[in-house]
Design a protein around this ligand. Structure first.
Ligand code: ADP
Length: 179
């Protein structure tokens, strides 16, 4: 499913982030940027050692922020490493940090003149963010950014299973209704 915002669109797909042919894919990274499980492990496995070598040189990234590297062997030319918050109780700054991880990733995409970016559902795996709450924050932040930044033509949100897809589709329909 998709939502149009001016000449740009947000697209939801069921799939694997590592296989996306967008200009950049976003990694659900951790503070060290040195790799981990989930999306992070899959990206480093598929993209090869060049990505980790650049991450080592960068030396880490705060929660709510993002860094950019090569895409190595991936179809995507770049990987944007975004660090989402670890979910505690929803009242410890997590919503702001999650929104910021999306915002900072999109700002990097603009700065590098990228026109298409694919995101996974940051923080909803090992970091424990409830998917519905995370979906609302993610889609709201992306939509607000696209309204101000028509240079980004496509933001694809790649969901790893039908449950995550349905929850995001609900959240996107709500956002469309509110627009
Ligand atoms: P975090 O540590 O930020 O929670 P995870 O990588 O553990 O990051 O999970 C983030 C989300 O990405 C989860 O919903 C998980 O199901 C999903 N996911 C895991 N592997 C992939 C993949 N290859 N492509 C897209 N999404 C994935």
């Amino acid at each position: 499913m998709e939502m149009r915002i001016g000449g740009s669109r947000i697209e939801l797909v069921l799939g694997d982030i590592t296989q996306q042919d967008t200009d950049a894919i976003v990694n659900a990274a951790n503070l060290s940027l040195l790799g981990g499980g989930g999306v992070d492990g899959a990206i480093h496995r598929a993209g090869g050692p060049q990505i980790l070598a650049e991450c080592r040189r960068i030396g880490g990234c705060a929660a709510g922020d993002a860094r950019i590297t090569t895409g190595g062997l991936l179809k995507a030319r770049h990987v944007i490493h975004a660090v989402g918050p670890i979910y505690r109780d929803g009242r410890s700054g997590e919503p702001e940090l999650l929104a910021s991880a999306y915002q900072r990733s999109l700002e990097l995409a603009s700065r590098f003149k990228l026109r298409s970016v694919a995101f996974p559902a940051i923080s909803t795996g090992a970091y424990g963010y409830p998917v519905r709450e995370a979906a609302e924050i993610a889609l709201r932040t992306i939509a607000a950014y696209l309204r101000e930044h028509p240079e980004i033509e496509l933001v694809r949100v790649v969901l790893f299973g039908p449950r995550a897809y349905e929850i995001h589709a609900d959240a996107l329909r709500k956002l469309q209704g509110a627009a």
